[in-house]
Ligand binder design. Structure first.
Ligand SMILES: NC(=O)c1ccc[n+]([C@@H]2O[C@H](COP(=O)([O-])OP(=O)(O)OC[C@H]3O[C@@H](n4cnc5c(N)ncnc54)[C@H](O)[C@@H]3O)[C@@H](O)[C@H]2O)c1
Length: 259
């Protein structure tokens, strides 16, 4: 199935676990891609992997910090120069942040996480939606988290930032729905990526595998999700199959949030 033939899709965090898996999936369905990431080396590897699996794919890479407005304008312009439109946008870059009880959680750390996970998503929405409005079409998926719908102790910046992503998704969906644009979010549970490995190591530095076993014991599916499972959900939400879905937050969490 080639749902993205001729379509240009921008993916932020495109060098990371979920971003790269989504790039591989969308390229296999015909998309022309702009991969945006703060890691230049990561982008080079990601481009190589996409081209190995989809040799016909067009892949532009753009090194940028998503929390810097000039960089955001830069990846939008570069995509327009290369492809002439932005038909899909996976607004996905994010960081995990530190885990501390409230007493030790500093305002600086809170602001650092908010700046990338929330301001970065806002800036992406602002500049990509302006282009989609001109086109009269487009689909956006923001990456929230189960932490955008629930709280847990010790990750104040992350939880706040992901709740903000859910709120911005709904606000933008309302503003842009009549303009032919959908804005949805995906809310992953624990997904096996470098970020999850980092999180497990923070939870139990001596034995990250034990932290993962403890985590999965609480998931009804009894396992972590895979980045490919997020990619499938994102591809659906960016495709015309999801044409009347707007402002939705799609949980992909093995049932974790139902409990
Ligand atoms: N892995 C999980 O369990 C999980 C669960 C819920 C939500 N998420 C969310 O999914 C998204 C992707 O995470 P992942 O698991 O693929 O993590 P990852 O660490 O593998 O990928 C994140 C990517 O974002 C990039 N990045 C970080 N800061 C950036 C910045 N300022 N500008 C541009 N790029 C930046 C990193 O270089 C990295 O390539 C994040 O928003 C994360 O919060 C992940």
């Amino acid at each position: 199935m080639k749902r993205f033939e001729g379509k240009a899709v921008v993916i932020t965090g495109g060098a990371g676990g979920i971003g790269l898996s989504t790039a591989l999936r969308l390229a296999s369905e015909g998309a022309k891609l702009t991969l945006v990431d703060i890691s230049e080396d990561g982008l080079a590897t990601a481009k190589q992997q996409v081209l190995e699996s989809s040799p016909q794919a067009e892949v532009l890479t753009y090194a940028a910090d998503v929390s810097n407005e000039e960089h955001v304008k830069g990846y939008v312009s570069a995509t327009l120069e290369a492809y002439g439109s932005i038909d899909g946008f996976f607004n996905n870059a994010g960081i995990d942040g530190k885990r501390f009880p409230m007493d030790d959680y500093t305002a600086e750390e809170f602001e650092r996480v908010m700046k990338i996970n929330s301001t970065g998503v806002f800036l992406g929405l602002k500049h990509v939606l302006a282009q989609m409005e001109k086109q009269g079409s487009g689909a956006v998926v923001n990456t929230a988290s189960i932490g955008g719908l629930r709280g847990w102790s010790s990750q104040y910046g992350y939880i706040a930032s992901k709740h903000a992503v859910v709120g911005m998704t709904q606000a933008a969906a309302v503003e842009f729905a009549a303009k032919g644009i959908q804005v949805n979010a995906v809310a992953p549970g624990g997904i096996k990526t470098p970020m999850a490995a980092e999180a497990m190591a923070k939870l139990n530095p001596e034995d990250p595998a034990a932290a993962e076993r403890q985590f999965t014991a609480r998931v009804p599916a009894k396992r972590m999700g895979t980045p490919e499972e997020i990619a499938g959900a994102v591809a659906f939400l960016l495709s015309e199959d999801a044409g009347f879905i707007n402002g939705h937050v799609l949980l992909v969490d093995g049932g974790q949030t139902c409990q």
